[in-house]
Design a protein around this ligand. Structure first.
Ligand SMILES: N[C@@H](CCC(=O)N[C@@H](CS)C(=O)NCC(=O)O)C(=O)O
Length: 101
């Protein structure tokens, strides 16, 4: 299964390596799965407006990292990874994976 229009958003943390913190788990999942995606690194100044936009879109947990895929917004890193894994056919659960918890 291919995933379309995938964008991961997470903070660019000053003074830390680009691999630091929660965004990296999803980044590696997408990279290892060979997904064509963009990784948008944002500043804390940019976050205010982005968070407001997530709230306007009724995203239940407006935090970073989040992934936009096929017009959906996935928040919370572990649920997002479960959802992506299932869509990629790498998670053989019969459960419906919610977009967020
Ligand atoms: N359990 C969540 C934690 C998400 C979280 O708390 N993210 C922090 C950055 S590491 C955040 O978005 N902080 C800004 C905010 O809550 O407005 C996950 O795994 O994604």
């Amino acid at each position: 299964m291919t995933l379309n229009s995938v964008q991961l958003t997470y903070f660019n943390i000053a003074g830390k390596p680009s691999t630091a913190a929660l965004g990296e788990n999803i980044n590696l999942l997408l990279k290892d799965a060979g997904v064509d995606y963009t990784y948008r690194r944002i500043s804390h100044d940019e976050w205010k407006d982005i968070k407001e936009d997530l709230i306007k879109k009724n995203v239940a947990c407006p935090t970073a990292p989040f992934v936009e895929v096929d017009g959906k917004i996935l928040t919370k890193s572990v649920p997002a990874m479960r959802y992506l894994s299932k869509k990629l056919g790498k998670f053989s659960t019969k459960m419906e994976i919610p977009l967020t918890f």
